[in-house]
Design a binder for this molecule. Structure first.
Ligand code: HEC
Length: 129
């Protein structure tokens, strides 16, 4: 009799172990998403345009949001986030950068940028690897 109840309680322990493993498995995916975002953010902050004049503008303006993800700005080098935006076409993106777009303030802090420079900055952020 005692052996049977011992087996039963071992069985219960087994079920608890399986449940514990399953639930810890579930909590892994949000963790790795957070880790993934953190890795993207760290990389975004380290990326700068190769051209030194453009890099100077980028660091002073766009990077304060697009290098940090502030106010949910698409991160520089986050190609998945930039792809649907690039699909709108560069002319629309330059317009949205100049006139503002939802959380994106008009001119993105670059008050002296030409449309060509906006285009170069956008192309850099959307394709940097
Ligand atoms: C104060 C923060 C901030 C700064 C500075 C900033 N941006 Fe943004 N930007 C954002 C946010 C937030 C979004 C996301 C808007 C949305 O989709 O809701 C965005 C989105 C964009 C988009 C995508 C627009 C679209 O149509 O999807 C472009 C292009 C862009 N920014 C260009 C720039 C450029 C170029 C600079 C630098 C000259 C810059 N941004 C500086 C916050 C900023």
């Amino acid at each position: 009799m005692e052996l049977v109840s011992l087996r039963r309680s071992l069985g219960l322990v087994g079920i608890f172990l399986i449940l514990a493993l399953l639930t810890s498995g579930c909590s892994k995916s949000p963790d790795s998403t957070v880790a993934n975002r953190a890795a993207l953010g760290e990389r975004a902050l380290s990326l700068t345009p190769a051209d030194s004049d453009l890099a100077e503008i980028y660091i002073r303006t766009c990077r304060s949001c697009h290098g940090t993800g502030a106010s949910a700005a698409p991160l520089t080098g986050d190609l998945d986030n930039w792809k649907p935006r690039m699909d709108k076409g560069m002319d629309i993106l330059v317009d949205n950068a100049i006139n503002g777009f939802q959380g994106m303030p008009p001119l993105g802090l670059c008050f002296e940028c030409s449309p060509e420079q906006f285009e170069q900055l956008i192309a850099f952020m959307a394709t940097a690897e």
